[in-house]
Design a protein around this ligand. Structure first.
Ligand code: G4P
Length: 534
């Protein structure tokens, strides 16, 4: 395999809010030599933004709204001198669950994922949802059980909970020595070494390697009681869990589990060192027409995210393109499959949170930022000429709906442009009611409405007002072949509740579960879909 491809590791860190995703990301950057001091996350989150946060609104709210990309080279300490470092691409995801769709889409662009679980809280709602998406795509996952410095659940109970709630087999590859105030560190099962660390929130600390089979050595470091408990636990782990086979992980049948405390740098290096060794390099990507192999000579890629105005001083959009095959080259002409146009990119960029650099080439697994003046939509494919379409995740039927109205008649154009661009970014979904022509915005959570309003004001100088609309679900509808007249009849009868989405598809706005089930009963040849792809 081409070394540029085999050394790449493109992944996302995902978690339920507050489990420690941002802290872990920062610690990985710290180990990767990208930052010297971790911006102690939440307490300083508002004043001194964490490196992985971007937008003003995040600073205000202390949440990550947008997905940023961080990349760095990393070589584990024990790698032979002269070895080529791994190239790490971390795709950060919004911490707040109201932006879950953004996270789901990011998962289309990764080759693996690390799921962070709070050791005291165990599996939470969002963890479950994210794991479902990983399962849908057979994405290999590693689980990091965080906050072991707090009194939490028993590690064996946690592993049972993971298996049951996330429907995946697990295999611990590190093991905690105690928890809470007496937490001393983790035994690295994968490397068969005990690493003791001095807790330090800010900097890297030296690790002490201990051979647990050397008589008395473990006792001298952790005390008699903990040494005995660790030996017992490890025996039990070996008895209960099958031997770790990396192929089971790569085929998404088993999730390796690491324990630690991101805040205190416990267990993070074990995680990272093992991760780079076992995590998959770029995998084949499915297009509608065929499967695309990263080793193919010709470039192909797809847009999984669009962000407007990263730098408030330069009004611009950036489309994030995941390279799937071949080599991306600056200034080369690429086919934008949806429009049929050839495009050249003179200033493609790569990212390190707020810093971005122009690049000349990129390889499969890399994320390239392409300046966008409204050409791209999420899911667009770029190729060297072949007409093919990569498949992204469909849009899900939103949970909340509001009418959006113009609150400043002098700024109608700005509002329209703002709404268009925010929808292209996938911030929310827009439906136009065919009866009264009013625009309806559908979201996953309340916070998205606030973000839209804030961004319209700050980035587009437009003001909007929300008006309530009582809706239960928006479903995409189509009829079975030969039943077009039934569809027409349905649309006529429900004309007050019919809308179009941005691709001009018919959407039925059901105002209650009862109305929807009656419609399903009365119109047997109409299909009601809860995702936009069918
Ligand atoms: P998120 O991105 O998943 O939402 O989580 P984030 O990293 O922001 O962490 C959420 C909170 O958990 C933060 O505290 C962070 O300091 C804390 N945290 C992260 N890792 C650990 C860990 O290993 N041990 C402990 N004890 N805490 C950890 P916060 O919200 O500011 O709360 P506070 O405790 O500082 O008041």
């Amino acid at each position: 395999m081409n070394q540029e491809i085999s050394r790449r590791r493109t992944f996302a860190i995902i978690s339920h809010p507050d489990a420690g995703k941002t802290t872990l990301t920062e610690k990985l950057l710290l180990f990767g030599g990208q930052i010297q001091v971790a911006g102690a996350v939440k307490s300083n989150k508002i004043k001194k933004t964490a490196t992985s946060d971007w937008m003003e609104i995040e600073k205000q709210r202390g949440i990550s709204v947008t997905t940023s990309v961080m990349e760095f080279d990393y070589l584990p300490d024990d790698a032979p001198a002269g070895d080529t470092p791994y190239k790490i691409n971390i795709l950060d995801t919004p911490g707040h669950q109201d932006f879950a769709e953004d996270t789901f889409r990011t998962l289309t662009a990764v080759d693996s994922a690390i799921i962070v679980v709070d050791g005291a809280k165990g599996v939470e709602v969002q963890t479950r949802k994210l794991m479902t998406v990983c399962r849908m795509r057979n994405t290999p996952v590693i689980i990091f059980i965080n906050k072991m410095d707090r009194e939490g659940k028993d590690p064996f109970d946690l592993l049972d909970e993971l298996e049951e709630e996330l429907q995946i087999n697990v295999r611990p590859l590190s093991w905690p020595i105690n928890k809470g105030a007496s937490f001393k560190g983790v035994y690295n099962i994968y490397e068969e070494q005990l690493n003791l660390f001095t807790p330090d929130k800010q900097k890297l600390t030296e690790k002490i390697a201990v051979d647990i089979n050397a008589p008395g050595e473990l006792e001298a470091n952790v005390g008699e009681d903990d040494a005995e408990k660790l030996r017992e636990d490890l025996e039990l782990v070996d008895g209960v869990y099958p031997e770790f086979d990396v192929n089971d992980y790569l085929s998404a049948n088993i999730a390796p589990v690491f324990f630690g405390s991101a805040l205190n740098n416990f267990g993070v290096k074990e995680l990272l060192d093992c991760f780079v060794k076992i995590a998959p390099s770029p995998r084949p990507t499915k297009a509608e027409e065929r499967e695309v192999n990263p080793e193919e000579a010709k470039f192909s890629g797809f847009i999984f995210k669009i962000t407007a105005n990263i730098d408030p001083n330069h009004r611009s959009c950036i489309a994030f393109c995941k390279v799937c095959s071949g080599k991306f080259v600056r200034n080369a002409p690429y086919l934008h499959v949806r429009s049929g146009k050839n495009l050249r990119f003179s200033s493609p960029t790569q990212f390190m949170a707020q810093r971005k650099e122009t690049i000349d080439e990129a390889w499969p697994g890399d994320i390239v930022g392409l300046p966008d003046n409204g050409v791209f939509k999420i899911g667009d494919t770029l190729t060297e000429g072949e007409v093919m379409h990569f498949r992204g995740l469909p849009s899900f039927s939103p949970e909340m709906f509001k009418y959006i109205e113009n609150a400043d008649p002098m700024k109608t154009k700005q509002l329209q442009k703002g709404i268009d661009q925010l929808m292209d970014e996938g911030v929310a979904q827009l439906f136009v009611n065919q009866f009264n022509g009013r625009k309806i915005i559908g979201t996953v959570g309340q916070l998205q409405f606030e973000v839209i309003q804030y961004r319209l004001e700050n980035e587009y100088n437009a003001k909007c007002r929300w008006e309530p609309i009582s809706l239960y679900k928006a479903c995409w509808i189509e009829c079975e072949p030969g039943y077009e007249s039934e569809l027409e009849e349905f649309k006529k009868r429900k004309y007050q509740y019919m809308a179009k989405d941005r691709d001009d598809r018919d959407v039925f706005l059901a105002d209650s579960g009862y109305v929807l089930s009656m419609a399903q009963q009365d119109f047997k040849h109409i299909r009601f879909h809860f995702t936009s792809e069918f």
